[in-house]
Design a protein around this ligand. Structure first.
Ligand code: 3PY
Ligand code: ZN
Length: 659
């Protein structure tokens, strides 16, 4: 507090503090009493009740019923049998002795520790049964609910999942857009989420998505920042690093593959982003089978342990999967992991063909968070393969209990639903990634262009052609989206760009793309267009990261502690370096209200009604019971008095009404 008083003092800020500064300002020693945790949370609830949660403002249905979700059962014996089943294909002994109730069945995490990354990859490639990655905690909600799922709803069931489904290959639970959204909108620490999931799930591999040289952001970062980030992610809990480059540029991935190999004992899974259609002669002149095989070989040579086919828009059709997977299995010796989005509703068929062709792992989401722009339905895909030689046994009843839990939870996030009601084959024309689709609509709405959404999707495809047919995934897809929105909102066409582009000033992200800020596409940028967009600016063709000064961690740590106080941790420094403004807002919120990730989701988004009560677990074994009694009218200061009881004791708070 003393340090904070100094830093906030106007003379200190103006650089006028001399040696007598502290002696002359005894008020620096006057500390504002720090509110206890319960009171700070009450302040947060009070503000929610009076002013609402800005993230859902305008989308709240006061009549909406939001019942409590039912937690899935834990069947101790079944969990151990499942673990034993998944270990048996290699003729390893089952788990003969009955384990103690508290023990968590072993899974892929223990196998990785036993075999090391190389041995693990070999085991995976040779295992005849299909493996599953469950994306419910990351891509499923990123693609259906604008990434808003809170740690609270995951942590309620994570340990149960570990006990019930230890045969799962991995849980994708971190990275992609979740890092930013956790801080920006949910006011949560993403590192804390990861650490808590790790604690709850000690047996299943935890997986993250990392955008190669762009980390978990939208631009290039200094290499040593990505290196420290990867190391810290491993130390906090990540085992599988799915690395991709948004233009399929090897140079954007190579460094990151090296960081995983050198700084962790985890698995470097590098991705080919799939675009176009290898079976369509009109679409396969650039992105054809030879192209993907060449890339796969380069990925193997760069030292990846696993090859991922990242079908981010759901364009890989069933018979194309047969060709691609068969050829890849012959070309590389890495295990193959297939990721897709079910936007067209065809993708379970793609999985069937991929499984027949020998794919090793497929990405699925629990039933109630599957389908449409998310991954295919875990529960149903397991049934699709039942009775076949590649079937991996799951307790269907239990999978359905987890799905039912998330069905109820999903309703809490109704303001973030994308509105897409059925699968659409339009995706084969516009090629918009699943994760972007649910964002593009609100982006269009924000610009008052919702009535032109059809045109925006068409323009997205035209911009792709204009840009030379590029791979579209974060961040390159965002730039294509920015350009489409820019053209539609200015009544311009792609033709206009070529004919009068010299007089147009393009969005910043488009300029950065053509300058080479996020890498190089296959075949390079169209030269004419590059000149039109960049005007006199010179593009570069080497790695954008090489133009960035490495981070001096000692210096930054000192600067960071001065700014944020001694309570900040190294993980906070990394968050700040990646997202400075977002972190600062999050930190301010944390200082004011404490850790709000413990507040139940219904209350977090919609507050409490008079007479309602909520229990908040503020620490292990420590809960508070908060009841809203009533809300007073606005007084002369523009505040309302909120009458609560906290653990049965009356507490009144004055909250400013900003509504
Ligand atoms: C991300 O980068 O967040 C993605 O999900 C890309 O598909
Ligand atoms: Zn995805």
């Amino acid at each position: 507090q003393f340090l904070q008083n100094i830093i906030a003092h106007h003379e200190f800020v103006a650089g006028q503090a001399n040696v007598d500064f502290i002696k002359d300002h005894q008020e620096l020693f006057k500390f504002k009493p720090r509110l206890d945790r319960g009171t700070r949370l009450l302040e947060f609830l009070g503000d929610l009740i009076v002013n609402g949660n800005a993230d859902v403002k305008g989308h709240v249905d006061p009549k909406k019923e939001l019942p409590k979700p039912k937690l899935p059962q834990v069947n101790h014996v079944a969990g151990w049998q499942a673990a034993s089943g998944s270990f048996q294909p290699n003729n390893e002994p089952g788990w003969a002795v009955t384990p103690p109730l508290s023990a968590v069945p072993p899974g892929t995490k223990q196998r990785l520790t036993d075999l090391g990354p190389e041995g693990f990859a070999q085991w995976l490639r040779n295992d005849p049964l299909i493996h599953y990655t469950d994306t419910t905690f990351r891509d499923a909600h990123q693609s259906l609910l604008a990434t808003r799922m809170r740690s609270f709803d995951m942590l309620k069931v994570a340990d149960r999942y570990a006990r019930q489904h230890p045969q799962t290959f991995s849980l994708e639970c971190w990275g992609g857009a979740t890092f930013d959204v956790a801080m920006r909108f949910l006011k949560e620490d993403p590192w804390d989420r990861l650490a808590k999931i790790r604690e709850a799930v000690p047996n299943i591999l935890l997986q993250m998505l990392i955008r190669g040289a762009n980390g978990v952001g939208y631009k290039a970062y200094p290499d040593n920042l990505t290196e420290r980030f990867v190391q810290q992610a491993w130390e906090t809990g990540v085992d599988v690093f799915r690395i991709f480059d948004s233009l399929n540029w090897m140079k954007g991935m190579e460094a990151c593959i090296g960081f995983v190999r050198n700084k962790t004992q985890g698995l470097a899974e590098a991705a080919i982003c799939y675009t176009g259609d290898i079976l369509d002669p009109k679409r396969n002149h650039k992105y054809n089978l030879e192209y993907y095989l060449r890339l796969a070989k380069q990925i193997e040579d760069a030292g990846a342990h696993i090859l991922c086919i990242k079908d981010m828009a759901g364009l890989l059709k069933p018979y194309a999967a047969t060709e691609l997977i068969t050829a890849l299995r012959e070309t590389v010796s890495m295990p193959i992991h297939l990721h897709t989005h079910d936007t067209s509703s065809l993708q379970p068929a793609t999985y069937l063909k991929a499984v027949e062709a020998g794919v090793d792992v497929i990405d699925v989401a629990l039933g109630s968070l599957s389908g449409l722009t998310s991954q295919p339905n875990f529960n149903s895909v397991v049934e699709m393969l039942r009775g076949t030689e590649r079937h991996r046994e799951y307790d269907q009843h239990s999978l359905n209990e987890f799905s039912n839990y998330f069905e109820t939870v999903r309703d809490y996030y109704y303001p973030f639903e994308s509105g897409l009601k059925a699968g659409t084959s339009e995706v084969f024309q516009h090629e918009i990634p699943g994760g972007q689709y649910s964002n593009l609509r609100p982006q269009a709405a924000g610009l008052g262009l919702l009535d032109k959404f059809e045109l925006i999707k068409e323009t997205f495809a035209e911009v792709n052609e204009l840009f030379g047919d590029i791979v579209k995934v974060t961040p390159s897809s965002k730039v294509v989206g920015d350009m489409a929105l820019f053209l539609v909102s200015n009544n311009l066409t792609t033709e206009d760009v070529l004919t009068k582009g010299h007089t147009i000033s393009f969005p910043e992200s488009v300029r950065e793309l053509f300058r080479g800020d996020i890498g190089q596409p296959e075949g390079g940028w169209p030269h004419e267009l590059q000149k039109i967009i960049l005007k006199d600016e010179q593009p570069f063709t080497d790695r954008p990261n090489e133009h960035l000064k490495p981070i001096d961690f000692d210096k930054e740590w000192e600067r960071f502690q001065e700014k944020f106080g001694p309570g900040a941790r190294f993980t906070d420094l990394l968050s700040w370096l990646l997202y400075p403004k977002v972190f600062e807002q999050y930190w301010k919120h944390l200082q004011q209200y404490g850790d709000v990730s413990v507040v139940p989701t219904r209350v977090f988004f919609y507050g409490l009604k008079p007479g309602e009560e909520t229990i908040i677990d503020i620490a292990r074994g420590k809960s508070i019971i908060v009841r809203l009694q009533s809300v007073g009218t606005v007084n002369d200061d523009g505040c309302r008095t909120i009458f609560f009881t906290l653990n049965g004791q009356t507490r009144n708070l004055e909250i400013r009404d900003r509504s």
